[in-house]
Design a protein around this ligand. Structure first.
Ligand code: UGA
Length: 437
């Protein structure tokens, strides 16, 4: 099929490459010239394992192109809207400017039978508005809401082999026909038995924010338990293992630590609360305010713990932070717990050095006041405390005896509960963690 993808960020670039790898002809449209140029050369503007290889293979077939010229999307049968919906400045609500602009660009190109597929994360009700605009201009075109559930770091795999497809479809003949067109786009995964849920537009938009709210709630639940563990001397990792054995609870997303960040979970729960307020059902989501607060409290607690292990003050102390990205296998520094803790310690008088395998260039631009080192041993040199805040595999595998030789005082705070306390203590370290004795 001939496919256009509007917006070539994490979601769109991966989607475009994956659709081309499935044999479709794809044009990716974005307004950022540098990103379009990089993508056109088979380079991803962000770190995503497997994406450059997939881009290069797809570009070599001639089935994939990236452009800033939106008119190249004319003649495509299916148009995916993958632009960002960031949090509005000074508000909880989502900023829909990019979604609306993409549709305005697309409208004059739409032909009878074309299908517009919404993938951006939007407040419920947005899809209905967009559909109205589409059928006003081209009554024989249709909109489907098809949320995306990919995780950064696993984006290629999640796009090609999703857990499920969700189609939000209008209850009309055009809606059913459009669903058939989308089935053709996803034919390979559907043939593999990927479950498909076909529902109304509102449900499809809600599925996405409900899923992210549930994940955020699960993380904040275990972090709230960590607070209880800290007050009682209990161990939150053992608690998570024990409750996680109950299949109804499950062990995934129960890792206590410095909490969730990134470009999705924090802004999605806030936009969801804002939308609930507009709909007059804000009470239904008031628990998400608590989810957000628990999450933010972990960052404050981490700074307090650093102060505690440094004997009551971090003023003038050398502190090393391992990790900058909001999670491993990513160079994304949107709302990163690690960097917000690092910046806070620096503001409170510590000399902070940060290291990360992928996110240093991004971090340097946004937090120029922090010191950065590419090598772990250089970052921890003469440190009086080391904080592990993003659980990159190379940090989890560090040899405590080797690291000890570089630091001034062997104190480690495990902000992700990913190290073996016995091994670190046996090597002579003071080991501290959130929610563990
Ligand atoms: C999240 C969702 O997991 C995806 O399903 C969704 O498609 C995506 O948002 C999106 O809306 O686009 P992502 O932001 O890539 O994906 O990251 P996650 O893997 O969900 O991790 C989010 C944060 O939670 C990270 O900072 C991570 O360190 C933290 N986390 C995760 C914990 O603190 N504990 C856990 O047990 C799991």
């Amino acid at each position: 099929m001939r496919i256009s993808v509007f917006g070539c960020g994490y979601l769109g670039a991966v989607h475009a490459a994956c659709m081309a790898s499935l044999g479709h002809d794809v044009v990716g449209v974005d307004v950022i010239e540098d990103h379009v140029a990089l993508l056109g050369r088979g380079q991803a503007p962000f770190f995503e394992p497997g994406l450059p290889e997939m881009l290069q293979e797809a570009l070599a077939t001639g089935r994939l192109e990236f452009t800033t010229d939106a008119s190249r999307a004319a003649g495509c049968d299916v148009h995916f809207v993958c632009v960002g919906t960031p949090q509005k400045r000074g508000e909880n609500a989502a900023d829909l400017t990019y979604v609306r602009t993409a549709l305005t660009t697309l409208l004059p190109m739409l032909r009878a039978g074309d299908v517009v597929v919404g993938k951006s994360t939007v407040p419920v009700g947005t899809g209905e508005d967009l559909r109205e605009r589409i059928v006003e201009v081209q009554p024989d075109a249709e909109l489907i809401w098809n949320p995306e559930f990919l995780r950064e770091g696993f984006a290629v795999q999640d796009t090609l082999h999703p857990d499920r497809f969700v189609y939000g479809v209008s209850d009309t003949g055009a809606g059913r026909r459009a669903a058939g067109v989308l089935d053709e786009v996803y034919a390979a995964a559907l043939a593999d038995g990927t479950p498909k849920i076909e529902c109304d537009l509102a449900t499809a938009q809600l599925v996405k924010v409900a899923a992210n709210s549930f994940l955020a709630t699960k993380i904040s639940f275990i972090n709230a338990m960590a607070e209880l563990c800290e007050a009682t001397g209990a161990d939150v990792t053992m608690l998570a293992d024990a409750i996680g054995h109950d299949a109804r609870i499950g062990r995934t997303f129960l890792n206590a630590g410095v909490g969730f960040g990134g470009g999705c979970l924090p802004k999605d729960i806030r936009a969801f609360m804002a939308r609930a307020g507009e709909l007059g059902v804000d009470q239904a989501l008031s628990f998400l305010r608590e989810v957000d607060s628990i999450n933010m409290r972990r960052r404050v607690r981490m700074v307090d713990l650093a102060r505690e292990v440094c004997g009551g003050s971090i003023v003038g102390r050398r502190v090393a932070v391992l990790g900058a990205a909001f999670k491993p296998d990513s160079d994304d520094i949107r709302d990163p717990p690690a960097l917000s803790v690092a910046a806070q310690m620096q503001l409170q008088g510590a000399h902070v050095t940060v290291t990360d395998p992928q996110a240093l260039d991004n971090a340097r631009k946004k937090w120029p006041e922090l010191a950065y080192e590419t090598e772990v041993l250089a970052a921890v040199a003469e440190a009086e405390a080391v904080l592990l805040l993003t659980e990159w595999p190379e940090y989890v595998a560090l040899d405590p005896t080797v690291v000890k030789q570089a630091v001034a005082v062997p104190r480690i705070i495990d902000g992700r509960n990913c190290l073996d306390p016995r091994a670190w203590r046996a090597a002579g370290w003071t080991y501290r963690a959130l929610g563990r004795p």
